[in-house]
Design a protein around this ligand. Structure first.
Ligand code: PLP
Length: 448
């Protein structure tokens, strides 16, 4: 339906270029205008209320309309709205948040650098890895591994590590130095009779084969989301991370854990690296770090990772990198307050406690005529739906029906993905899945 002339929707179409849309389709349909948010809910410009089943973009941990974050931003805005961390300057909010991150993260991660988005953070980690390899006298060690269906962002480097065709096609990506191995999607890709540990061993073998084919001495690092998010919520099968890390160790390849979605409680522990026994050299965080109230990301690194970079900057006289907004005082002040709320309200514990109910409701959808298999951990999960005539058609239809029922969630292909705010309650989980079930019934009725 074309929006009425002079409506916000029509003005938006006239002037704004959007993200992740078909631009020509958008000119016909326009977008849903979200005006307000409160708790797990958002409201559109007709006053209709929706459960935000994806927490915005997997990110609003403490929910919408949290006054403490507004106050933290206002306080910092009044005191020092902006300063930078270039040229031998620093400020309190960035130091305090860095200290907090080091306190709550795995022990060996002892240094932090702030950026403003997940893409920027991953992009910079690639640069730091290249800089580090040069510093170590290993200029050939530059290739970066990741996995098909991985999502690490959309800058030229992070978009190249991403393993999703839509983020590559016609953008002339990926860069030559980025190589992709198999997706650990056990339910979809398992061989007849193959157990999860056997599947994991096959994934590790495929990784090793790729390393050997490329030349181990040319490979610097592997980037990986502990649980793959935008690829469709793909949960690692049993034994996967142990097998993968053994291969990386064998060939002296760094591991970068992209915790942009998983970090700060999503899996029922503070970091998914803890959930899966991952010991990363670098951990990238964003999204729930500030509940996305401010653009913020943080790169956490080990001393061993940082030391050659520091030495190289000393040799050159400068670390020639930085953004105007790196360590932004308002963003870092909001981040710190947000992490305090996550701790004080025990939102990590809330995710762990409500996980069985959340995953149970997803599992129950397997019995629906449109349901195939579910997966998830903590408060992130998905139900795979039976594909229609064209792949993704069922997902799109159910996503639209859910919107009618007052639930915003993401269909990735035919997988319905959920990642609600960490403040969600047991009653709200039931209300969300009751509405999803009604949406599935509506779509099933149109197909029968
Ligand atoms: N890494 C992961 C795992 C993500 O899910 C995302 C975004 O969804 C990114 C990186 C990129 O973050 P941003 O959109 O802030 O650039």
């Amino acid at each position: 339906m074309t929006p009425p002339p002079n409506s916000l929707e029509a003005r938006d179409i006239a002037v704004q270029v959007h993200a992740a849309v078909d631009h020509r389709l958008y000119e016909e349909t326009g977008g849903l205008v979200i005006e307000e948010g409160e708790g797990i809910y958002v409201f559109d410009n007709t006053g209709k209320k929706y459960i935000e089943g994806l927490a915005g973009l997997w990110s609003v941990a403490v929910g919408f309309g949290e006054p403490r974050l507004v106050e933290a931003a206002t306080r910092q805005m009044s005191k020092l709205p902006y300063y930078h961390i270039f040229n031998y300057k620093t400020h309190g909010p960035s130091v305090e948040l860095a200290e907090k991150l080091i306190e709550i993260s795995p022990e060996h991660l002892t240094k932090v650098h702030f950026t403003s988005s997940g893409s920027e953070a991953n992009d910079l980690v690639v640069k730091m890895i290249w800089y580090r390899s040069n510093a170590l006298g290993k200029p050939a060690k530059k290739k970066i591994l990741s996995r098909l269906k991985a999502y690490h962002g959309v800058t030229i480097a992070s978009g190249s590590i991403t393993g999703i065709p839509a983020n590559h096609t016609s953008f002339d990506l990926p860069l030559e130095r980025m190589k992709h191995t198999l997706t650990p999607d056990y339910p979809r890709e398992k061989l007849e009779g193959e157990s999860e540990p056997e599947f994991s061993a096959r994934m590790a073998k495929a990784l090793e084969d790729l390393i050997l084919a490329e030349g181990p001495e040319t490979i610097a690092a592997m980037f990986a989301e502990p649980v793959m998010g935008a690829g469709g919520v793909i949960v690692p099968p049993e034994g996967y991370w142990a097998a993968i890390q053994a291969v990386l160790k064998k060939y002296d390849i760094l591991l970068v854990a992209d915790e942009v979605i998983c970090g700060f409680g999503r899996t029922g522990q503070m970091f998914a690296s803890q959930t899966y026994g991952i010991t990363p050299d670098v951990m990238v965080t964003s999204k729930q770090i500030s509940s996305s109230y401010m653009p913020l990301s943080a790169i956490l690194m080990s001393e061993e990772f940082f030391a050659p970079i520091a030495d190289e900057s000393h040799r050159l006289g400068i670390f020639g990198h930085g953004y105007t907004a790196s360590g932004h005082p308002v963003a870092t002040a909001v981040g710190l307050e947000n992490l305090k709320i996550i701790e004080e309200r025990d939102l990590v514990g809330n995710a762990a406690r409500l996980s069985p109910q959340f995953l149970g409701r997803l599992k129950a959808l397997e019995e629906h005529p449109l349901g195939l298999w579910s997966r998830g951990v903590g408060l992130i999960g998905a139900i795979e739906l039976a594909p229609g005539a064209t792949p993704g058609a069922t997902g799109r239809a159910v996503q639209a029906a859910m919107l009618e029922e007052g639930v915003i969630a993401r269909a990735i292909g035919d997988a319905l993905c959920f990642c609600p705010p960490l403040i969600i309650t047991a009653e709200q989980i039931d209300a969300m899945f009751d509405a999803v079930t009604r949406a599935l019934d509506t779509v099933a009725a149109t197909l029968s």
